[in-house]
Design a protein around this ligand. Structure first.
Ligand SMILES: Nc1ncnc2c1ncn2[C@@H]1O[C@H](COP(=O)(O)OP(=O)(O)O)[C@@H](O)[C@H]1O
Ligand SMILES: CC(=O)OP(=O)(O)O
Ligand SMILES: [Mg+2]
Length: 363
């Protein structure tokens, strides 16, 4: 079965066609501004030939625990989550509508970042706020990057020769968005993102978790509107806000290498926050078989990965420099290390195709 996969991220649009778990065509628009268009879809289809189904990555699926056929009713229902994922949800829904126009006779499925986390225990999904708020505002921690995590767990299991259901892992997706997920016996039991993909680690342009009192303080003393706060935390915080660059790690690292002190502090904050979330997620696991790193930054910036891992020795984590300098999916910890460390190329497309294939058979 050939599946066209549409994966809009916060900094890129990735299109691919996957057949039997293998990518047969792909196009990536780096620095994509979020404007939906037909041409990249037509372009990848021209390279691949006809497809049997489409899978669109949708960040927020609420409590949907698996893919859904994207008819007009479902697309409308998913608009409910636009305010909770303003950087991602509008792009995904707009692209899904373009795909439906381009391929009117092909079934289009939505596959959700949140689904992998749908079974998290109540103590991990519940916010410590008045219970009345939880019901009135339908508050819960959903978590994101679940498609990437689901793939990374399978890839890690393959690399370690283990059954995924028996693996206890920390899965760090380090791309434009960044998150850490605790995976116990193959299932998500806690994750750093919450009701929205703003929580947790500092990201390219997003703040990550903050003292809620900080938000009250800037609103009160600066007279800022909710929209102004949202824009600052979504587009002008994280690496971008700290360094004054676009937030692309490549640019921040270049600025640091040139002696820029703001870029230096930005990287130190970024790594500290990421290590802090890794440490926090560790408490949800009774043992740690492996730390799995995936996403654009993990894949392409080995020196930064080395810097990150340097601060994690207390978790039994160490790095083998020769392995880190290699390419492809690989174990980068020394043979003797208690905890294995793996680098895995993000496989959201393969995971989406896998889910679509199963959903297609079930429809
Ligand atoms: N050689 C590289 N190619 C692409 N991205 C890179 C490279 N080196 C570092 N990166 C970082 O990876 C980020 C993109 O990660 P990715 O997981 O593709 O993001 P997203 O899916 O959120 O758009 C970029 O913002 C950039 O900082
Ligand atoms: C949820 C999220 O942050 O996704 P991305 O990393 O693609 O921006
Ligand atoms: Mg992504």
């Amino acid at each position: 079965m050939r599946t066209l996969v549409v994966n809009p991220g916060s900094s890129s649009l990735k299109l691919s066609v996957v057949d039997g778990g293998v990518q047969v065509a792909s196009r990536t628009l780096d620095g994509w501004g979020g404007v939906p268009a037909r041409w990249p879809i037509l372009d990848v289809l021209a390279a691949s030939g006809p497809v049997d189904a489409v899978g669109v990555r949708i960040a927020h699926g609420g409590d949907r625990d698996g893919p859904r056929l994207l008819d007009e009713g479902e697309l409308r229902a998913l608009e409910e989550f636009v305010p909770l994922a303003p950087l991602h949800q509008p792009r995904s829904l707009a692209l899904a509508r373009v795909v439906v126009e381009v391929l009117p006779d092909v079934r289009v499925f939505g596959c959700f970042d949140t689904s992998f986390h749908a079974g998290m225990p109540a103590h991990a999904t519940t916010y410590p706020v008045p219970r009345e708020w939880t019901e009135r505002f339908r508050l819960r921690r959903y978590g994101f990057h679940g498609l990437s995590c689901a793939y990374a767990v399978r890839a890690a299991a393959g690399a370690l020769g283990r059954d995924p259901a028996g693996l206890s892992l920390l899965c760090c997706h380090v791309g434009s968005g960044v998150s850490v997920t605790a995976v116990l016996d193959g299932r998500s039991v806690d994750t750093s993102m919450g009701l929205t993909p703003l929580d947790g680690v500092a990201m390219a342009t997003r703040s990550g978790g903050l003292d809620p009192g900080l938000l009250l303080h800037v609103q009160r003393t600066g007279g800022l509107s909710a929209g102004e706060v949202e824009s600052a935390l979504t587009h002008h915080s994280g690496l971008a806000g700290l360094s004054g660059t676009s937030g692309d790690v490549r640019r921040v690292l270049a600025a640091r290498a040139a002696g820029d002190e703001h870029a230096d502090l930005a990287i130190r904050v970024y790594l500290h926050r990421l290590r802090r979330e890794i440490g926090a997620a560790r408490v949800s696991l009774d043992r740690l078989d492996a730390l799995v790193l995936t996403g654009g930054v993990a894949e392409h910036e080995p020196a930064l990965v080395a810097e990150l891992l340097d601060g994690l020795a207390h978790l039994g984590i160490a790095v083998a420099p020769a392995a880190l300098a290699g390419t492809g999916d690989r174990v980068v910890s020394p043979e003797t290390a208690r905890t294995r460390v793996l680098l895995v190329a993000a496989g959201e497309d393969v995971e989406i195709a896998h889910q679509v294939e199963r959903a297609g058979l079930a429809v």
